[in-house]
Design a protein around this ligand. Structure first.
Ligand SMILES: O=C(O)CCC(=O)C(=O)O
Length: 270
């Protein structure tokens, strides 16, 4: 498969060719690229096995507006993150059961091919690791995941430690499609005038203002297939997951990425 660079700075590349973008994560940070679609990080068969494991194990989920999540999302946990950190350890083990491989090694191997030789690490607080990911179940006809930017969540005190170790403002989002829905569920990007987003990136008034204008904003759809990974500048690109139609739930696994303050590492978490 040849690599395509579209005019809006998105790249589509096969999983076995991502080393062509040896500094790809940093290129997204620097806004030379907006995002990368990596085809077939997992095969369809592997994702069908994961779907099967999810059905077999029926792990306890958290209810959210668009459906459920597996694994606790760091957003809104507040200042005391001891429960989040405990849950993270359990979820890391559950991920190994669900994927039947060393899931973190696989993810880190993928990221490290685009890391510009930076180490890939989970943030650790007092020796306890953050969760590498959450699994998101977007159910049909629940409105999808509403428009948001990653920056919106940074005022939450749950981010205090991450802010001290990483460049989390204007950071990156990643996700892998475990199950593509029959229809809908695309990643929709809004081309918002950046002055509403980047002057004071975490200023909630600016983001509220930007959200009021979404109807008149140009939109672009990114459509990953089952097994594909997307990495994009979710920190300051307003985006949503479109309404899901049909009988199938859209299932993805994802989280966030940020360079460390000293630029030598890349952290990932959810
Ligand atoms: O598809 C997903 O898992 C959610 C994508 C998203 O909204 C994000 O990464 O911020």
């Amino acid at each position: 498969m040849t690599t395509q660079v579209t005019k809006n700075k998105w790249i589509t590349v096969a999983a076995d060719s991502i080393n062509q973008y040896a500094d790809g994560i940093n290129q997204i940070y620097q806004e030379e690229l907006e995002g990368i679609i990596i085809r077939q990080v997992f095969s369809l068969e592997e994702m069908l096995d994961v779907q099967q494991q999810l059905e077999t194990h029926k792990l306890a989920t958290h209810e959210v507006r668009y459906g459920q999540t597996l694994g606790q999302i760091i957003v809104n946990i507040g200042k005391d993150n001891s429960e989040y950190l405990q849950n993270s350890q359990r979820f890391r083990e559950e991920l190994t059961t669900i994927f039947q491989i060393d899931f973190e090694a696989k993810l880190e191997n993928t990221f490290s091919q685009m890391s510009g030789d930076r180490n890939i690490e989970l943030p650790k607080e007092n020796g306890q690791a953050y969760s590498p990911a959450t699994i998101r179940f977007v159910q049909p006809k629940k409105g999808g995941i509403p428009p948001h930017t990653g920056n919106e969540f940074l005022d939450n005190s749950a981010y205090d430690y991450l802010k001290s170790i990483g460049k989390v403002v204007n950071g990156l989002s990643y996700f892998i499609v475990i199950s593509k829905p029959e229809k809908g569920g695309e990643l929709v990007l809004f081309d918002i005038p950046q002055e509403h987003l980047s002057k004071q990136e975490t200023d909630s008034k600016n983001i509220r203002l930007a959200k009021q204008q979404l109807d008149s904003c140009p939109q672009r759809k990114i459509v990953p297939e089952t097994g594909d990974m997307i990495i994009f500048k979710g920190g300051n690109i307003m985006h949503k997951i479109a309404e899901v139609y049909g009988n199938k739930t859209r299932i993805t696994l994802g989280g966030f990425l940020a360079l460390s303050q000293d630029d030598k590492k890349i952290y990932y978490w959810s």
